[in-house]
Design a binder for this molecule. Sequence first.
Ligand SMILES: Cc1cc2nc3c(=O)[nH]c(=O)nc-3n(C[C@H](O)[C@H](O)[C@H](O)COP(=O)(O)OP(=O)(O)OC[C@H]3O[C@@H](n4cnc5c(N)ncnc54)[C@H](O)[C@@H]3O)c2cc1C
Length: 619
Amino acid sequence: MAVSQLVDSRDVRFTLFEMLEVEKLNRFDAFKDFDRSVYEDTLKLAEKIAFEQFFPSNVDGDRIGLKFDAGKNEVKVPESFQKAFQAYLEAGFHILQFPQDMGGMGIPNSVSTAASEYFNAGNTALTMYCGSITGAIQIIQTFGSEEVINMFVPKMMEGKWGGTMCLTEPSAGSDLGPLKTKAVKQSDGTYLISGQKIFISNGEQDMTENIIHPVLARIEGDPDGTKGISIFVVPKYLVNPDGTLGERNDVVCAGIEHKMGLKGNATSTLNFGENGKCIGYLLGKEREGMKVMFMLMNAARIHTGLQAEAVSSAAYMHAVDYAKDRIQGTHILQSANKSAPRVAIIEHPDVKRMLLYMKSSIEGMRMLCYFLSHHEDIMHASTSEDEKKESMGIVEILTPIVKAGISDAGWLVTAEAIQVFGGYGYCQEYPVEQYARDVKVFSIYEGTNAIQSLDLLMRKMLMNPDMFNYKTLKKYMEGTIAKAKGVVEDKYIEPVAKGMKKLDEIVEMMAGQLMGGQIVELVSNATPLQQAMYPLILAWLHLWSLTITLPKAKALIGDAKGEDLKKLLQSNPEAAYYNGRVLSSQFFIGAEYPKFFGRVDCIMNNEASVVNVEPEIFS
Ligand SMILES: Cc1cc2nc3c(=O)[nH]c(=O)nc-3n(C[C@H](O)[C@H](O)[C@H](O)COP(=O)(O)OP(=O)(O)OC[C@H]3O[C@@H](n4cnc5c(N)ncnc54)[C@H](O)[C@@H]3O)c2cc1C
């Protein structure tokens, strides 16, 4: 099916340059050389490669899929993946945000997040192979010894070697404490690794000549639980002193999963040390594996939210095009007229509602992802301790919301795209059913959404000293409310202000439960809290955007109505954009966000059935 774009490029620009004003990042030394034209070039190139090469390969990942050769323990990706992967690497997108003194391009994270949105919308399974190189470089560069950095990083920077992250085992999923993979120190300082990792994304592929696995393992004799876990770099091929590939290390792919979606990505079972010869190199210090892995996991969690947003965007773009083409029924105001012409389904109010729901959800997701990335930039680049601390607070509290909120919403938005297509949406002829299958896993991997919600409630909010993260977020929200007065109608401001008060009440109640030792009562509402905060935060971001879009829409459109307005929107894309963006934000705050108040009631009701229920009653 021919679509003209997978991501609304105008909205990408609005969010980056009009809301977040990322050009002003050049006040920091790290970004002083960049201006709008560099960012534009980056975004245009990302869009071009993503649309021309990633997108056509997406269906191959799903239909041709991966071929596992059990004799050689190797995985073959579809041919179209190879070319697209090379185009991504040649353009340097895997090192886009690394500092220039490290050989990267030093582009702010907020802009590289936007570039990544294009690739994930084109082919998210393929983008994961690309992103895993970046993640693995990051932890090796930060925590590796000089010898380990020199052994692996240069070839990964060149895009010649791929990466993974190996945590999960058959008995260690959400809880990594029981992890069994073992490491034994050798006299030369390396470690012999043995054990099995399952569900490893990018675990085997034929696009790079080597694959570098960061692996969690327990050194012999170290304590049980997560405190006894260390992390090692385990290459598929060992590396000779001159940097060339040496002999095959003792790590093999024992098989790949047959999944509901994301079929183009090799979710692998990896066996380490079946012959007692798997060599690994320690990263960081012994027993600090979780601390090191958290660097990778935090980035991966944010990326998972972005994946859900990007796939939702691709589904929405297909739904819009289909709704403009598909002729069915007459206009509702012509229902009594037997000779009325048939119209495109986009004329029907319910289809408009579905599209506005998708559009406003995706724009909200985009604002949330970019806002978080923008604060990552400030957190790293600012020289002011106060500014750094605030941005870190924002990143901390929003990471689980980006991961869990957007992945849950992505499942609903992609399902709505199927609905717009009617029966055709349920069939493979159109891509939306693939998008829905692909998006589901984002609520599961990188820590299930239940684990994200617990992290939000406990570590990021209630146990965060002085609830600094929460107070910082509220400060931003209050700032928007003050700014919106006199610009935006009160009916869009008041619900957000009221929602913040309600959230305060919930947080106070939950803090009381923590103090009073009502732990089961407290944690049983972790997911409902996360699910309530998500729409409130999106409503706030939509309110913020209205402070910008409303005056611009007014200036472009004036009092035009009816046919005049239609003509203006057809002839003036800027007027159409701002008009659409205003309506989208108004829809979200007025027609979608009020569900928040029902969610608040669900929490404040203090319904005790979850607390009282015993496993025996489920039959
Ligand atoms: C496609 C795919 C790709 C993946 N890629 C990787 C990868 O690259 N690297 C890697 O290491 N792993 C990877 N994983 C594994 C993934 O991270 C785990 O599946 C996930 O962490 C959940 O673990 P589990 O499957 O063992 O489920 P379990 O931990 O058994 O959870 C089952 C259910 O119980 C709930 N639950 C468990 N504990 C709690 C708790 N304390 N409180 C509340 N609820 C709880 C969960 O939320 C979930 O609903 C991948 C998985 C998939 C499907």
